[in-house]
Design a protein around this ligand. Structure first.
Ligand SMILES: Cc1ncc(COP(=O)(O)O)c(C=O)c1O
Length: 351
């Protein structure tokens, strides 16, 4: 992806965006005096309590630095190395984490075809055989991503159906919630409705993509999974000594509905972008736009020039499908500028 960026902005990812000013202000406000390290501070107590309130149940909450670490540490608490995690073939944990789960847990990932990013019970059921056979990795966890890597969302009913199936078959349900805020506002439901209320056992609760500097949390709703987690987090090198600064970011996100405001805006910008692109001959929107991601095919030859001004990833080279992600700070003018460039580039072809 060429990076000769002129606009200073991008549709490459929501982590290309900066930090929400309210989050930075909260970090600055926490930058006062000395407090106990490693999470023994009042900021961490406040953030953990707020996260627990939003997510419901008796959530056990542990702050960490990165989304990959949250996924690996969740799954490590749920599966042993002779067991397997069933996930979408598009799952970030499978495609984009450099085999971190396989390295740290040693478990097998079993992937289910997911043309729209979601998996369903029939696809999962295919793997439920040879239970008790020592020659066969034993399925133990189902991992779903909310919103999915295609920007689609699972409804509370769809999550509940997977959770019920999991529990009826002695499996556990993990959710990679790197974009959970975008999913919740898309569905117009509280976070509880797609987590504790829908039968999720463990959640990677992502803040970074919704305007934090860096802040994720491992959240357990099935409390036994939290046993000894402090040790796993430390061995996993995810125990922040100055944890108050991760905590202050989360508290800001959960204050005055900042998470909703930011995710609602990002989703609205994705709708706007999809609407603009759909009106351009030669561009086809390939996935339902439900969160803050737009997937679109476009003529291959126009892509490099577009990327010089508006960096974005090509998701599928074979059909020149672009992945465009909007953020809390995407402006309507950004969308108009990008769509105008696409229109002009397509119009200029062959001239
Ligand atoms: C769905 C999903 N899960 C997990 C992650 C991992 O987050 P991090 O880059 O903080 O490790 C990402 C980041 O792109 C993601 O998109």
């Amino acid at each position: 992806m060429p990076h000769k960026q002129q606009s200073g902005r991008a549709f490459a990812s929501d982590n290309w965006a900066g930090v929400h000013p309210e989050v930075l202000a909260a970090m600055a406000a926490a930058n006062v005096g000395h407090v106990p390290s490693y999470g023994g501070d009042p900021y961490t107590r406040d953030a953990v309590a707020r996260i627990g309130d939003e997510l419901g149940g008796d959530a056990q909450v542990f702050l960490v630095f990165s989304g990959t670490a949250a996924n690996v540490l969740c799954l490590q608490s749920m599966a042993q190395s002779h067991q397997a995690v069933i996930c979408a073939e598009t799952a970030h944990v499978h495609t984009s984490e450099c085999g971190a789960a396989e390295k740290h847990i040693g478990c097998k990932l079993l992937t289910v075809p997911s043309p729209h990013g979601k998996i369903t019970v029939p696809g999962i059921r295919e793997y439920l055989h040879d239970i008790g056979n020592e020659h066969h990795a034993q399925p133990r966890v189902i991992s779903i991503t909310q919103a999915t890597e295609y920007g689609t969302v699972y409804t509370p009913q769809e999550i509940r159906a997977i959770a019920d199936f999991a529990h009826a078959n002695s499996l556990l349900l993990h959710m990679d919630g790197a974009r959970i805020f975008n999913a919740a506002v898309s569905l117009n439901v509280p976070l509880k409705a797609i987590t504790s209320g829908a039968g999720v056992d463990a959640l990677s609760f992502g803040g970074t993509k919704n305007g934090l500097v860096a802040g994720e949390a491992v959240v357990f709703f099935k409390l036994a999974l939290a046993d000894d987690f402090e040790f796993k987090r430390m061995q996993g090198m995810q125990l922040s000594s100055k944890m108050r600064f991760i905590a202050a970011q989360f508290s800001a996100l959960l204050t005055n509905d900042l998470w909703k405001r930011s995710a609602t805006h990002a989703n609205r910008m994705a709708q706007l972008l999809a609407g603009e692109l759909a009106g351009i001959k030669g561009v086809t929107i390939t996935q339902q736009v439900q969160a803050n991601e737009v997937f679109a095919t476009m003529p291959k030859e126009i892509i490099p020039k577009l990327q010089e001004q508006w960096p974005f990833h090509v998701w599928n080279e074979a059909n020149s499908e672009a992945r465009l992600i909007t953020s809390f700070d995407t402006a309507e003018a950004d969308v108009a500028d990008f769509a105008g460039l696409v229109r002009d580039a397509i119009g200029a072809r062959g001239k």
